[in-house]
Design a protein around this ligand. Sequence first.
Ligand code: PLP
Length: 427
Amino acid sequence: MMDTVQKYRDYVITSFTKGVQPIVVEKACGAVITDVSGREYLDCFAGISVVNAGHCNPAVVAAARRQMEKLVHCGSYVYHSPPTADLAEKLAAIMPSRRLQKTFFANCGAEAIEGALKLARLYTGKHELIALQASFHGRTWGALSVTGNAGRKRRGGPYAPGVAFAPAPYCYRAPWADPEECCRRWAQALEEVIRFATADDVAAFIAEPVLGEGGILVPPTNYFKALKPVLDRHNILFIGDEVQTGFGRTGKMFAIEHYGVEPDILVTAKGIADGFPLGAFTTRQEIAAAFQPGDHLSTFGGNPVCCAAALANIEYIEKENLCDQAHQKGEYLRERLTSWQKRFPLIGDVRGKGLMIGLELVRDPALTPAAQEAEAIRAACFDGGVLIGVGGVYGNVLRIQPPLVITRDQLGVVLRVLEQCFQRVTS
Ligand code: PLP
């Protein structure tokens, strides 16, 4: 174990882990991760919200293995490969709208976001972009340019010009209690951003249907319906970033389905292939046609092994009704966690959809962010054998995003450990 830790120290550029004791992972199955010493952990972070169908899902692994024995790589844009075509067809079938038909494959979320932004600009002939404050869209320069969280952009600027930010749908910290009032105000704010912070040359508005890294911010039900007419008035495309929310995570195949609005381009990655690296964006025929031959390519994009894995993964999600499972397990967890709020005033807010759950921790009624306490809870959970995430723009949101196949018994253990951790940290 120390050997691996030492090699990481010596040879791997680790730029994220903040002093936490790293786990050296030997293997994983379903919702359980096992380290090299044989210690097991219940995984409530799913490799940053990736392995929705569970670690090493046998159906996904078998499909990848079968494909690997036939063809690993051919350059899926130079030649054609059957799994790439089959996956594109499947994506067209499960998209929230029949009009979202054509897919470009990349390797990860950030690369897919870059491609989507480029396509939107080419299609509209316009140049500017609007994103949300508190958003996160990836670590490449373009994706960071539309990321509305300075914490993720630190020391990398200046970023791309022509990007404006609209207020985040952060209901818990909004000055208005009524969700409809919030929707009206945020739609008005978007209109004002277009009017006063752009040259009215906006190609696209990009948003996560539920903001993940920003702290599991769940917009009110009518939020996107309120924004859409503003976008339409200015001929602005809507890019839905479903990198974190897609493939059942929120209780629907895609989170935008909760909101009854159709994106013009829908971006996916993370949960698409249960851990195999793949990103994608899917759009309407006429928008896709804005890419002329030679305009866009990715050497590994549409890799046959990843596409075969993705296809098996989506079939598994459908067959096992993982969307419903996420919905039901999420309701159960949120109900239990909400019932703790009286006992632990540290838990300011419990929110989420499906198995994308956030607990915002605050010190006092003025909602002072409790970031240290969040880290302490995470560390205590780790000691108790449960892995959770911490995020949010103030670093005070516990993130519970387990594989959707986590069992009720396992959720019972998670709740027991988490409760003990709150008792320990707050006593
Ligand atoms: N978009 C969203 C909403 C994300 O949560 C992430 C990653 O966390 C990305 C884009 C970037 O994806 P990747 O890390 O695969 O590049």
